[in-house]
Design a protein around this ligand. Sequence first.
Ligand SMILES: Cc1cc2nc3c(=O)[nH]c(=O)nc-3n(C[C@H](O)[C@H](O)[C@H](O)COP(=O)(O)OP(=O)(O)OC[C@H]3O[C@@H](n4cnc5c(N)ncnc54)[C@H](O)[C@@H]3O)c2cc1C
Length: 453
Amino acid sequence: MVTLPQSMSAIGVPFDSDAAVLAAASTDFGHLIQGQSDLVVQPRQIEDVVALLQTANDHRFPITLRGKGCSQNGQSVSPGGVTLDTSRLDHISYSEALPNQVTCGAGTTWRQVVAALKSHHRIPCIMPLNLNLTVGGTLSAGGFGANSHRYGPAIANVIALEVVTGSGEQLWCSPHKHPEIYEAVLGGQGRCAVIVSATLALRPIKSQVRTYYLVYEDLSAWMQDQIQLCDRTDYLEGFCAASIQGLQKTPQGRRPLVQWLWGLHVSLEFDSDHPPQQDRVLAGLHHHKLLHIEDDATTDYAARYDLRFQSMQTSGAWQQLHPWFDCLLPLETAADIIPEILEILPPCFGDGHRVLLVANRPTPRFLMKPQPAFLFAILPTGIPTSLKAQALTALDQIHDLVIQAGGKRYLSGWLGSISADFWPQHFDGHWQDWQQVKQSLDPNHILCSKLFP
Ligand SMILES: Cc1cc2nc3c(=O)[nH]c(=O)nc-3n(C[C@H](O)[C@H](O)[C@H](O)COP(=O)(O)OP(=O)(O)OC[C@H]3O[C@@H](n4cnc5c(N)ncnc54)[C@H](O)[C@@H]3O)c2cc1C
């Protein structure tokens, strides 16, 4: 347990040392990593963050940054020290004079941003599927969504950031002002600076979204069609759906005989006087079947996964283990590697696997990815503890396959056994810069987590 200085109360930043709050901050959505948060601090304004970081530097106590704790490998879990919970940094500022940008506090959720912009008919260029994530937590990871085929990750759509560095210095950074800090913080896993607020790029929206639910029998056709659709659809989401045809004998015993089907949601925004023309949208595609067509208000479409997340909570799955595995695969190898991955996965992973095409956009350098790429995500609703060893062994095997195929891990999820060469391999030619930037912005090593102790 870290001895916290008396000055913690003197600096006047709200904090919580209730046992239940500390216990919650000592793990994350993955429920696989156990840390120890000794105090949860909830700054309300930038002055609180500066005071906290300066006190931490004076007394050398560690701080871990945390949004909603939805990462899964200890990224937001304290290894023993103070948790800086960003939830009270939730201001939103929008002006009609600059209609295509919004500035919001790091602890603002995407749901709050969508609600605040609704009457202005604007939305952030890119948002995650879970609107309950914080802006700061998402920008520290990367942030992929159903229109990443157009805009890339969320961090490629940030105009400026207000940060407090690990050494306690407050500043604004952007691609033109302190670009090295801007690049270090976006996708930077909270290791160098606290994002206090972010100015996000917005885009105008049409009032409705029409979604075509397609199903494919052929994986290559499914992937080729995603590439073909890039320029003519607003949102694009691929799904791997298992159709179980009995239990077949294998050298490892009986296993489900799975016929995989490949789903694709093709969605376009429209105003009611100009609905999409189906012939044009689906021209030249190779789907097996058009299953369904659905219309939604655009802001409701953004929240379409709420039901999935709510039912995970009511069923108890939210409390189970979540070794979610996300990776970015080169377009050339994805069609070969995805069936191999699915073959390895034990049945407990279910079939909630997703594929999102990610555009070739200039992206802050510490988000490592092939250009362009498919994001492939294994997202089980929950793994029971009794199957933990089996599940994690399979994911270690899949990690190796992904790396051999020229893929990169998306660092928000479960990363598995982290060997000595994991980080140098992950960051390739950027490995030294990744270490140096930490040293220059956080020389006393105040900002840390279970993933980066
Ligand atoms: C149900 C669910 C759905 C998801 N959907 C998506 C999705 O659609 N797209 C996607 O890309 N990801 C998705 N994720 C993964 C998610 O983006 C990342 O885990 C994200 O980082 C979590 O946001 P958070 O607010 O919970 O951050 P946390 O998990 O609390 O923190 C994540 C990282 O950010 C750092 N951090 C937090 N706040 C700050 C700050 N203010 N300044 C600097 N660093 C900070 C933390 O230290 C940590 O390293 C999903 C996760 C879940 C559980």
